[in-house]
Design a protein around this ligand. Structure first.
Ligand SMILES: Cc1cc2nc3c(=O)[nH]c(=O)nc-3n(C[C@H](O)[C@H](O)[C@H](O)COP(=O)(O)OP(=O)(O)OC[C@H]3O[C@@H](n4cnc5c(N)ncnc54)[C@H](O)[C@@H]3O)c2cc1C
Length: 429
């Protein structure tokens, strides 16, 4: 039997595995450093205490249990020797006939890894838990503070990056400040809360049309979020953020500005782009290594016009399936099929009842977009129980604004216990 090894149980890796599931001629091993699949698009809801971590993480073993030919192994892949067809992991070596790399991305602090301590990013459950702790602690400390300067700093939140994650975080903090603070905190005036999005491009959500981007900016303004566009963050420390000469004193700074592919592609010696993504050919295999594929956020796939695909779940899902189909084609002696991406559009939510959605020339905002956003996220969430729980949680908070997950405790340990660090700083090109 041919041995297919898949590294990464995210959207791409999982879809490769499902496509190969129960094939009589294949033995499949899926390796991931976690034993769960994480639904990253709802991670900000864990960070903002709207959902619990267990509601968006699903054990890989359970998802794949119905496939007799698939084994799930928890472990970290350190490197790969493509000439010996061997993977080096933290628990030993594994040989393969076909390899699929789908390790996703990590945060990128543009050569300033020292900022990570003061501005955590949002990519893992541990990071979501840390963000939740910082936001909740800021409210708790502001409630008891008698120093107006200190209170102002505690009630100032800066989100660096105006993409969908930055917007979702800022919108949630705005909503929480308006509704939660006024109800439960007696010494905080919600209008004192200041939320900034510091964004380097002229407008936030710049992959959306200017019209939708403007609507999102207006919706954010209604929640008290101020967008600072075309600005470059030059410093972040325990006192706040520096934007050139301007300084914003803030206790809570969150990073939603940059990601780059995990460095493993470079470590192996594959050709990578500036973001560390492995360059793949039309069939999603690595040039010169037809038995190695890369997909999802870790792959750099060029469209016929020259543009590359964005880091989206729908891209990872489609690439995962296409890789799986090409592996199956090979077994039956059929040629590989070039990958064709079908644009499913993009969405971002700003708060309760408000989202933007765009597909081709169809542009929606407000409640209709929010209903689509909600339906799509529930549909793609793994496990019927998770879907039901999330729907129930959302239903309750929709009518009451009372989120059940707003408890924080420094001593609690989330899995993994230590938040992952950003890639080592690299000299900017
Ligand atoms: C906060 C946030 C919000 C997002 N919102 C949206 C959204 O609304 N819509 C959308 O389309 N996309 C969204 N995305 C992007 C989307 O989640 C990614 O594009 C998608 O997860 C990519 O899938 P992937 O399989 O390539 O990688 P991932 O889902 O990141 O999976 C990679 C897997 O590889 C494992 N891994 C990594 N390195 C190793 C190693 N060395 N050894 C073993 N295992 C390893 C990881 O544990 C992980 O399970 C969001 C992302 C984030 C972080």
């Amino acid at each position: 039997m041919k041995h297919v090894v898949i590294v990464g149980g995210g959207f791409a890796g999982l879809n490769v595995a499902k496509t190969l599931g129960n094939h009589p001629e294949l033995r499949v091993t899926l390796l991931d450093k976690h034993n769960f699949h994480l639904f990253q698009p709802l991670l900000y809801q864990v960070a903002m205490a709207a959902l619990n971590a267990g509601e968006i993480a699903y054990p890989l073993r359970m998802i794949l249990s119905k496939y007799k030919n698939i084994t799930v192994l928890k472990g970290v892949v350190k490197t790969v020797d493509p000439f010996r067809k061997t993977i080096v992991t933290d628990f030993g070596e594994i040989t393969y006939d076909t390899l699929v790399m789908a390790c996703g991305t990590k945060h990128h602090y543009f050569g300033h890894n020292e900022w990570e301590e003061y501005a955590p990013g949002l990519k893992t459950i541990a990071q979501a838990a840390e963000i939740r702790r910082r936001v909740m602690d800021a409210y708790e400390n502001a409630e008891r503070s008698v120093d107006p300067e200190e209170k102002r700093k505690l009630l100032t939140f800066v989100i660096v990056g105006g993409g969908p994650t930055g917007v979702e975080l800022a919108g949630s903090i705005g909503e929480m400040s308006r509704h939660y603070l006024s109800k439960y905190f007696k010494n905080i005036d919600p209008t004192q809360v200041r939320i900034f999005i510091a964004h380097s491009a002229p407008r936030i959500l710049h992959t959306f049309s200017p019209e939708l981007s403007a609507k999102a900016t207006e919706a954010l303004a209604r929640l008290g979020v101020e967008v600072l566009s075309s600005c470059k963050v030059t410093g972040i420390n325990e006192h706040g953020v520096e934007i050139g000469e301007q300084r914003i004193e803030a206790t809570t700074v969150l990073w939603a500005a940059g990601v780059r592919a995990t460095s493993i592609g470079k470590t192996i010696g594959f050709e990578t782009d500036r973001s560390g993504r492995i360059i793949v050919g039309a069939d999603l295999s690595v040039p010169g290594h037809p038995d190695v594929f890369a997909g999802g956020d870790q792959a750099h796939f060029k469209l016929p016009g020259g543009a590359t695909l964005p880091g989206l779940a729908s891209v990872a899902l489609q690439e995962g399936e296409a890789i799986g189909r090409n592996i199956l084609n090979e077994i039956i002696g059929k040629p590989r099929i070039p990958f064709i991406y079908r644009d499913k559009g993009q969405m971002a939510t700003i708060g309760k009842n408000t989202a933007i959605a765009e597909r081709g020339n169809v542009r929606l905002s407000g409640l209709p977009a929010w209903i689509i956003w909600l339906s799509v996220h529930i549909y793609y969430l793994s496990g019927a129980k998770h879907r039901l729980f999330v729907l129930l949680q959302w239903g309750c908070s929709f009518f009451t604004f009372g989120h059940g997950a707003r408890i924080v405790n420094k001593e609690w340990r989330f899995y993994p216990t230590v938040p992952e660090k950003a890639e080592p700083a690299e000299k900017e090109e």
